[in-house]
Design a protein around this ligand. Structure first.
Ligand code: SF4
Length: 223
């Protein structure tokens, strides 16, 4: 299915990926000027912990837990000063709490041992933290102002395919395709734009093509 959208763009004479990407970004940026990360945090450390907690749950769910959590745990040392079970209780509502507590405490240890207690910015450094895979590292680096990749979540994957920007299913391959066409200065905001567009307009089951600003650029448009 995804494969046909790349060919379909050609068939409909919509232009190449490179030709379409700039108007796609511009129209989305105008439509979703408020698109930004939904997690709430004030410091680099809070950002890292929020993103780690957001695995397999909603951002809203994480935001319900973190005000009390961040009031209690302010420094990496604070996460190690309590028994693991106490941290598990404090993050219980985000699900997978045992695994997340283990990863967070492991990451705090590495932050203290290798990074002077500070959150690093490089992807290769971030992925040295236990439980921090490429997607988490990408989100953190982008929010810290140094995007080195493009976050691919379920919305980004679906929209990249529908827009004929990638024919792949594998997030790593989709990211590679996007990196080839999306201008580097847009790497941080591009996923937010797709995520918000995916939530508001290009629904997984019922895309609202008739009210979509991308209809004239999209090979899957039914409008
Ligand atoms: S035209 Fe339709 S399929 Fe294409 S991005 Fe818009 S809503 Fe999604």
């Amino acid at each position: 299915m995804a494969r046909s959208y790349v060919a379909e763009a050609r068939r409909r004479g919509l232009g190449t990926r490179r030709e379409r990407i700039r108007p796609i970004v511009e129209r989305l940026a105008e439509e979703h000027a408020d698109a930004e990360i939904a997690l709430r945090f004030r410091t680099d450390l809070e950002l890292l912990v929020s993103v780690m907690l957001s695995a397999q749950t909603t951002d809203a769910n994480v935001n319900r837990v973190t005000p009390a959590l961040f009031a209690k745990y302010r420094r990496p040392e604070d996460y190690l000063a309590v028994p693991q079970e106490e941290l598990e209780r404090d993050i219980y509502a985000t699900g997978f709490f045992r695994q997340k507590a283990r990863s967070i405490r492991g990451s705090m240890r590495v932050l203290l041992e290798e990074f002077d207690g500070k959150v690093p910015r490089r992807l290769d450094e971030l992925t040295r933290l236990p439980g921090v895979a490429r997607k988490t590292a990408n989100v953190v680096a982008a929010e810290l102002g140094d995007a080195q990749g493009i976050v691919v979540d379920t919305h980004v994957r679906r929209l990249s395919q529908r827009l004929g920007l990638s024919r792949h299913e594998d997030p790593v391959k989709i990211e590679r395709d996007l990196q080839r066409v999306v201008p580097r200065p847009d790497w941080a905001r591009f996923p937010h734009l797709l995520i918000w567009h995916g939530r508001r307009v290009c629904d997984a089951r019922r895309p609202r093509c008739e009210e979509c600003v991308l209809a004239g650029l999209c090979p899957s448009s039914r409008a």
